[in-house]
Design a protein around this ligand. Sequence first.
Ligand SMILES: Nc1ncnc2c1ncn2[C@@H]1O[C@H](COP(=O)(O)OP(=O)(O)OP(=O)(O)O)[C@@H](O)[C@H]1O
Ligand SMILES: NCC(=O)N[C@@H]1O[C@H](COP(=O)([O-])[O-])[C@@H](O)[C@H]1O
Ligand SMILES: [Mg+2]
Length: 386
Amino acid sequence: MLLGSGELGKEFVIAVKRLGHHVIAVDSYNDAPAQQVADGREVIDMLDGLALDAIVARHQPDLIVPEIEAIRTERFYDYEKEGIQVVPSARAANFTMNRKAIRDLAAKELGLRTANYRYAASLEELHAAVGEVGIPCVVKPLMSSSGKGQSTVKSEADIEKAWSYSQSGKRGDIAEVIVEAFVQFHTEITLLTVTQKNGVTLFCPPIGHRQERGDYQESWQPCMISDAHLKEAEEIAEKVTRSLTGAGIWGVEFFLADEGIYFSELSPRPHDTGMVTLAGTQNLSEFELHARAVLGLPIPEIILLKAGASAVVLADRAGTNPYYTGVEDALGEPGSDIRIFGKPATRPYRRMAVTLASDQLGSDVDALKAKAIANAAKVKVLNTEL
Ligand SMILES: Nc1ncnc2c1ncn2[C@@H]1O[C@H](COP(=O)(O)OP(=O)(O)OP(=O)(O)O)[C@@H](O)[C@H]1O
Ligand SMILES: NCC(=O)N[C@@H]1O[C@H](COP(=O)([O-])[O-])[C@@H](O)[C@H]1O
Ligand SMILES: [Mg+2]
């Protein structure tokens, strides 16, 4: 049972169905991307614990695979006790659903370097927290993803806007926000990390990415970083995933700054920036790795086969029944590909597709990034009904 059925879930469903499994895909709206390729579907509010209990009782899944954060993950501890495998584990899903749990674990318990941070549960508390952390700083709802409700405070005048934006962009019922000192990083990476039932942790070559409005725009693999940074990132990823427990792929996010490496956050599931692996950069994509890891199947090796890049195609308006023009143009050159997710509705900035570019190992990753961006710009998302 897949909880959350967006673009990441869709590729995961394809990977597990190729291994012969039966999937029920769940989301809060009908015809979500992963539901279109699954065996069955449910439409519920996943923050509603009783609604979750009802579908778990109805389908009796062997595995529960969360695909988003905003789920009543407290219920997962009971499901685990009942013998259902929660991916990667109830603890991991529960800790990462709320930024407070994972940040306090990383910074306080594990002693990792993170941006200086405070929490605030009201506008007054936000003023105080910004005072302590300093300007510029980043304000994020405790429960949100893809930058929803996130903004950067550059002056005192931004504080009120940041509070109201956090409240309209948050997922679920938690009003509290985290206030993080702005890290002046030069590089941002995702380290895809695979924990296995046999206890051996594997790492994919680092993925570089660029974000706007807290949401990813392009990603590329490999991202060249120093051996020392890579070793440190792998050690941190191993430490955090071991503490959270379980088997599966994780997207561990780091900022690389002049003063060193910062742990930012992690997803206990495939990562959006990891869609670059759909370009065939590795022998197994992040979705195939997740499938094997959660099913306890062997992963004899992870090897980099090609250099690649991905770029997002965003909608620019609200509407239904989207269709796409320019796909022919975007696929014209060798090494170009696209994944259209099949979301049934658009809204401004909603990610609808990614373009992929790849070439042989050792080729210029910047050129691949430019190619993916140029191809994404050729694709237009239009609506038959506005
Ligand atoms: N403290 C910070 N300093 C500088 N930039 C930041 C900071 N926090 C976040 N960002 C920028 O905003 C992006 C999104 O932040 P973060 O990953 O915390 O949000 P998110 O909503 O969980 O995103 P996602 O779910 O897509 O991973 C980061 O990748 C980074 O580019
Ligand atoms: N950074 C997290 C992320 O990329 N999550 C992916 O986006 C979907 C939601 O998209 P939507 O908001 O367009 O419905 C999620 O279901 C997941 O696949
Ligand atoms: Mg992130």
